[in-house]
Design a protein around this ligand. Structure first.
Ligand SMILES: Cc1ncc(COP(=O)(O)O)c(C=O)c1O
Length: 491
């Protein structure tokens, strides 16, 4: 076999300890079926603290809003409700869930596209609304006026910021109002002062580029100045989410993998994917074309560290002082909306191995009791190995499965050619046997329930909350979890 190309997941202590508990995990899957999602509510509280420490380091005030869309879990949201976190909700259902999980309205903000029911409950319950467009502002103002609802706190989501002097690539977005239309938007804000109160301006950029975000943050500071010169008194800048996660333990493995993937696309080595899929790369007459469409799975600067670096960047056209200093000097509060980064290390998706089959063509298929929608790593372009969790007391190693590292194709339980858990050849430390589990680690951010559906009437994963108690793991169904109560602290 070719040298294995591992992409070992980054595992911090909780996930390591969980994966080191095969008996616990196998019992869970035996009882609740495969696939099974495990979430770790205590980890999300710890992650929040790390974000808060960045605020403290820069002496900034303001709230950290968990972008709920990253995971539907009740236990994660309820655990956060028991911390100083706030929550960013993007649908009527998420708003109802947040309210029902213990978030008071002053800790909830609505972002994204909104229908009339969503706007009504937002206004009725008194949460903050992040306004996407002038039309949305008009709709909200009309609703508040017509039904005599309380005045709503609003932020204006802006987009299309332009760098002055330097050339920084800024992408188009379907969300937010272009800063070029700021004047007319502020006219509307002024005319709706009786129904809405402008508390700040916002952006969310779906990019990992720090320079692009620095341009947007600097742009927001300038917009705040424009608001103040008009007599408006916003005090918050909301810089959205997108702080990222480091999924891989070892940067060298990532470098080696992407180099070898390129070689495979160019035909210089054996394929590394099913049917030579190139993740955006292709060979044209021996020349490499296209662009690698993958998440940079090894990202040492991610999460709170990414926020720290962004805040420390100089504002090029505002005297070159750090962005955090400018926020502090103006007494502006900072809002952030981390989704993926706040649930870093908070989840594990488990799948049972159903069948291991070698074909005459030399491929090895490992069929899982799970499908590609149950763990949509591939959809998000995140390449990371699952962890093999052998069945305790399972079949003894045979000459076949004791042969050391092996490259396999992970296929799902749908009667569909395309149902590959990943199109990548995955290297495992040994060949699994039916009854073993594969654990996809760090899947709480978008992977475990965002795309799962009932295709072919296959069940979608149940979700459990796991927590440590006196050195051992305990669990309950996700929707049975209530902080302090479930964990017995109230006694
Ligand atoms: C408005 C808004 N805020 C926050 C987020 C969270 O982004 P991330 O999970 O990358 O932190 C998103 C993601 O789509 C978003 O649309």
């Amino acid at each position: 076999m070719a040298t294995p190309l591992f992409l070992a997941p980054r595992l911090e202590s909780r996930l390591t300890s969980l994966l080191d508990s095969p008996g616990f995990l196998h019992d869970l899957v035996s009882a609740l079926g495969s696939p099974l999602n495990v979430v770790l509510p205590d980890q999300v509280a710890e992650n929040l603290e790390q974000f808060r420490s960045v605020y403290r380091r820069h002496r900034l005030g303001g709230d950290i809003f968990f972008a709920h869309k990253a995971n539907r879990s009740s236990s994660l949201v309820r655990r956060l409700a028991a911390t100083p976190a706030a929550i960013d909700i993007a649908s009527l259902g998420e708003l109802q869930h947040a309210l029902g999980s213990g978030f008071a309205p002053d800790r909830i903000m609505a972002t994204g596209p909104k229908n009339p029911e969503f706007l009504w409950l937002a206004a009725r319950s008194g949460i903050t609304v992040n306004i996407d467009s002038r039309a949305e502002l008009e709709e909200l103002a009309a609703l508040v006026g017509k039904f005599g609802l309380p005045r709503v706190r609003i932020l204006l989501r802006l987009s299309s910021f332009e760098a002055t002097g330097t050339t920084v690539l800024t992408r188009k977005s379907r969300f937010g109002t272009s800063v070029q239309e700021l004047d007319s938007l502020l006219n509307a804000v002024e005319s709706h002062r009786d129904t809405t109160e402008l508390i700040g301006v916002a952006y969310h950029l779906d990019t990992i580029g720090l320079p692009e975000k620095a341009v947007a943050l600097e742009g927001c500071i300038k917009v705040m100045n424009a608001c103040h010169s008009r007599g408006l008194r916003p005090r918050v800048i909301d810089i959205g989410g997108g702080f990222g996660v480091n999924y891989l333990a070892d940067g060298e493995q990532w470098e080696r993998y992407t180099t070898e993937l390129t070689n495979a696309v160019l035909g210089r080595r054996s394929p590394l994917t099913w049917q030579g899929h190139g993740y955006g790369l292709r060979s044209e007459g021996g020349t490499l074309r296209g662009a690698l469409g993958l998440y940079p799975a090894h990202r040492p600067v991610a999460g709170p560290r990414y926020l720290d670096e962004l805040l420390s960047l100089p504002a090029p056209s505002l005297g070159g002082r750090p962005l955090a200093t400018l926020l502090l000097e103006n007494l502006y509060d900072l809002y952030t909306e981390p989704g993926r980064a706040l649930v870093d290390q908070c989840g594990l998706a488990l799948a049972k191995v159903l069948e291991v089959r070698r074909t005459a063509a030399g491929d090895c298929f490992v069929r899982l009791e799970m499908n590609a929608g149950d763990v949509s790593l591939e959809e998000h372009g995140v390449l990371v190995d699952p962890v093999l969790v052998p069945r305790p007391g399972g079949a003894a190693a045979t000459s076949d499965n004791d042969s050391g590292p092996v490259g396999v194709h992970l296929i799902g339980n749908l009667c569909l050619e395309a149902d590959f858990i990943t199109r990548r050849t995955v290297f495992l430390p040994r060949l699994p046997v039916p009854g073993d589990l594969l654990g996809f680690a760090n899947t709480a951010g978008y992977f475990m329930d965002f795309s799962a559906d009932h295709a072919l009437h296959q069940p979608i994963a149940r979700k459990v909350a796991a927590f440590e108690d006196a050195g051992s793991w305990r669990w309950c169904l996700d929707d049975q979890y209530w902080p302090n109560i479930t964990t017995g602290e109230h006694i």
